[in-house]
Ligand binder design. Structure first.
Ligand SMILES: NC(=O)c1ccc[n+]([C@@H]2O[C@H](COP(=O)([O-])OP(=O)(O)OC[C@H]3O[C@@H](n4cnc5c(N)ncnc54)[C@H](O)[C@@H]3O)[C@@H](O)[C@H]2O)c1
Length: 373
């Protein structure tokens, strides 16, 4: 029997720990982790029962014992670490944003193709069973799409005392809220609708021009203390867009919307039906027609086969973000084994997100429509 896939995880804050658990569930062996702060990395290693801590993420990325590298560090390290891992012949799962510039992301797409490695980006909302059902129904029943609209709202940066490395453009990149979560929304609606966003007109909002710079991982409350620093990136963005398939759309992205935790919501209105999905209620898909409004349950016995594949528990036994993440990692490992799972988000999708992000920033700066290459 071949040895289990040997993986290592660079960065073990909020999402790195999710990667470790998902990789274990998909039968990988965790060779080791790396972190930014020694004490916190030791604590993470103990909590996750990982024996080996690499001296650096750079060393982890090229270690001969590792087949696949998970990159879960702050954004500015994604591109150099992914480059290093690919050049060492590793398969890579690199967190979004794949790179902080579209040209950097394009380089990675090229390098990964040349090396022939599996190179995936965790646009994991694709792996909700009812999202797959929406995709099937849009392709099969919807007819021409008129409108694509929605929001992605969070509140974990809703106070000027909230801080995370994402706020610092040197670590997070030029865009914050849009690159961080708007990119997920765009990937998801393009995946479900089959349309591509062709041009955007955007405005960005910086709710807090100063923040108290403290130390905390994503989604954690600030520990207090720190200095007031100027903030340049956006807390929110308002975008209208047109697609290559003739639809119009709108999106509001925000990390300062009180009470909203992870409200990724979209609706697609087409000639024959509409579908709506809410990430905070992943057990249901709304499907509407003029005569009938239906709540489709995440029930493996009634979903289409392409969707039922991701409904691993019976209806009523809630599946959510973690399950979608596990499915993404399992499908990536299947691709390493030579399988071709449908809908695996790759570096090409990471590049697409980087291009849309740049167009949004450019549009907000120039107050004009910007085409997406
Ligand atoms: N796909 C998704 O759904 C999803 C969800 C959350 C985060 N992310 C992405 O994952 C990445 C990490 O985000 P997070 O929410 O876990 O942030 P986080 O703040 O919780 O954790 C980041 C961790 O990286 C560590 N770090 C800093 N420098 C490092 C280095 N040189 N080597 C290794 N680790 C280092 C920090 O100590 C911290 O523990 C970001 O790029 C983010 O966009 C993706």
């Amino acid at each position: 029997m071949p040895h289990p896939l040997r993986v290592a995880v660079a960065g073990v804050g909020f999402i790195g720990a999710v990667h470790v658990r998902a990789a274990r569930l998909a039968n990988a062996e965790i060779i080791g982790i790396s972190g930014g702060d020694p004490a916190r990395t030791r604590a993470a290693a103990a909590a996750l029962h990982v024996d080996r801590i690499f001296e650096s993420s750079e060393a982890l990325a090229i270690d001969p014992d590792v087949d696949l590298v998970h990159i879960c560090t702050p954004n500015h390290m994604h591109e150099p670490l992914a480059r290093r891992a690919i050049e060492a012949g590793k398969h890579v799962i690199c967190e979004k944003p794949l790179a902080t510039t579209a040209s950097g992301a394009a380089d990675l797409v090229r390098l990964a193709a040349q090396a022939g490695v599996v190179a995936a980006v965790p646009f994991v909302y694709r792996f909700n069973a009812v999202v797959r059902e929406a995709r099937v129904r849009i392709a099969r029943d919807a007819g021409p799409i008129h409108l694509i609209h929605g929001t992605y709202l969070q509140d974990w940066l809703a106070s000027p005392d909230d801080y995370n490395w994402r706020v610092d453009r040197a670590l997070g990149g030029q865009s914050r809220a849009f690159a961080d979560i708007g990119s997920h929304w765009c990937d998801l609606v393009e995946f479900v609708s089959g349309h591509r966003i062709a041009r955007v007109s955007a405005r960005t909002v910086t709710a807090f021009p100063e923040r108290l710079r403290g130390e905390s991982n994503a989604f954690q409350r600030p520990s207090g203390g720190g200095q007031r620093v100027r903030v340049e990136g956006e807390d929110a963005a308002v975008v209208i867009f047109e697609t290559d398939g003739g639809a119009a759309g709108s999106l509001i992205v925000s990390q300062v919307s009180q009470g909203r935790k992870n409200r990724l919501w979209f609706e697609i209105d087409a000639r024959n039906l509409a579908v709506a999905f809410d990430e905070e209620d992943t057990e249901r898909l709304w499907v509407g027609t003029r005569d009938r409004q239906e709540t489709v349950l995440r029930d493996p016995s009634s979903l289409s086969p392409a969707a039922a594949r991701y409904a691993t528990l019976p209806a009523g036994h809630g599946q959510g973000y973690g399950d979608a993440f596990n499915a993404f990692v399992a499908d990536t490992f299947a691709a390493v084994r030579g399988e071709s799972p449908d809908g695996l988000p790759t570096f090409a999708d990471g590049l697409r997100a980087a291009r849309i992000t740049e167009a949004v920033l450019q549009s907000a700066a120039s107050r004009s429509w910007v085409d997406i290459p």
